[in-house]
Design a protein around this ligand. Structure first.
Ligand code: OGA
Ligand code: NI
Length: 360
């Protein structure tokens, strides 16, 4: 990425960040998970002790009002985050030639990549992706007949030393956190805590190391263009630089998420929106850049197995009072289509969950 602004990165005027967008006045909710740090999550909301009932009220409100919240006292040891951030810093400091030795390709979507597009504009970032459970399986083709599958393994760089171990330890701990948040969300939907867990057997979750280099024209480009996350949940760690902006539902303003040391940002993805039949909605977000400091972030995209048919949960559907708002779609084919459109600049809009919304 040179210092002359390549037009591939330039956002349309209406999508560029404005200097007034950066206020942190009233941020996304901060939720203290200490009630579940040492006590188990109850099997159903009715069996919850008062501290956990209070927590469920907070989670429900945050999911409805923002689709985003930050968690503290989450139980993931700080050392694991420090280690993976150090590994990420060491990896991205390698030469492009070294990084490209573990580069993603059309068959294996895992590894290094520096050409991602969001909504057909190039993102000012480089990434390294690895999956939480190997191998990850995806249909070869997004369109029927889709009964052939590719199975991919992680690609690990030789340098920096300890990279693989730092990534794997972090994945194990954040995976546990992801299941806890999932169970809390199930309870807030009036479901048994473990109602959604089965969808994550053979999960296709992946962790992304994001590196956003300083950008000479932060008013023209974005680190990640505006988007919603397409999986179930995202558990995001960010360093102290800041740059994640969330679109506030009440007035459509972009709100900067203030970095809090050793916290995680949780956001509801499109799959929870569909499962909950729109009780919860995924929120639009983006990454703004700055001209001085590089920024690192680590999202954990908590995704079900490729064969899961995503559709509103039957317990939440009532033909008369609350009919299903979405048709079922296959997660593997959806992600395959999305990955393909992020891989190449296409002239068409990439696949979005609202394409499965039923006509009213
Ligand atoms: C993403 C994303 C936010 C960040 O990668 O989907 O929204 O702060 N990242 O890097
Ligand atoms: Ni995102």
């Amino acid at each position: 990425m040179g210092s002359v602004m390549d037009p591939a990165f330039v956002q349309a005027p209406e999508h560029r960040p404005k200097p007034t967008d950066t206020e942190e006045a009233v941020g996304i909710p901060i939720i203290d998970l200490s009630p579940i740090l040492h006590s188990p999550i109850p099997a159903c909301a009715g069996a919850a002790p008062p501290a956990i009932s209070g927590l469920l009220v907070e989670v429900e409100a945050a999911c409805q009002e923002w689709g985003f919240f930050q968690v503290i006292n989450h139980g993931v040891p700080a050392e694991l985050l420090d280690n993976i951030l150090a590994a990420s810093t060491g990896f991205f400091a390698l030469s492009v030639e070294e990084k490209r030795q573990v580069k993603r390709d059309e068959v294996n979507p895992l590894g290094y990549y520096d050409m991602e597009h969001t909504k057909n504009v190039r993102d000012w970032k480089e990434v390294f992706d690895f999956v939480v459970e190997e191998p990850v399986v995806f249909p070869v083709l997004a369109k029927p007949p889709a009964n052939e599958f590719d199975s991919s393994m992680n690609r690990w760089p030789e340098y920096p030393p300890g990279f693989k171990e730092a990534c794997e330890k972090y994945a194990k701990a954040t995976n546990e956190l992801a299941f806890k948040i999932l169970e809390l969300i199930a309870l807030t939907l009036g479901l048994p805590a473990k109602r959604l867990n089965g969808f994550f057997k053979d999960q296709s979750s992946f962790i992304r190391l994001n590196h956003y280099p300083p950008c000479p024209s932060p008013h023209l480009a974005l680190g990640v263009g505006r988007h919603k996350d397409s999986g179930a949940l995202t558990i995001l760690a960010q360093d102290d630089v800041g740059g994640l902006d969330v679109k506030r539902r009440s007035d459509g303003e972009w709100i900067r998420v203030k970095p809090i040391p050793n916290s995680y940002i949780i956001n509801v993805g499109d799959i929870i929106q569909v499962w909950s039949n729109d009780k919860y909605e995924s929120a639009e977000h983006r990454v703004s850049l700055n001209s001085e400091r590089e920024r690192f972030s680590i999202p954990f995209f908590f995704n079900p197995a490729h064969y899961v048919e995503v559709q509103p949960l039957e317990e939440l559907i009532d033909e008369k009072k609350s009919p299903a708002k979405y048709n079922a779609y296959n997660w593997g084919k959806f992600l395959k289509t999305r990955k393909y459109s992020n891989f190449k600049k296409l002239e068409v809009e990439n696949i979005q969950v609202y394409h499965f919304r039923k006509a009213v």
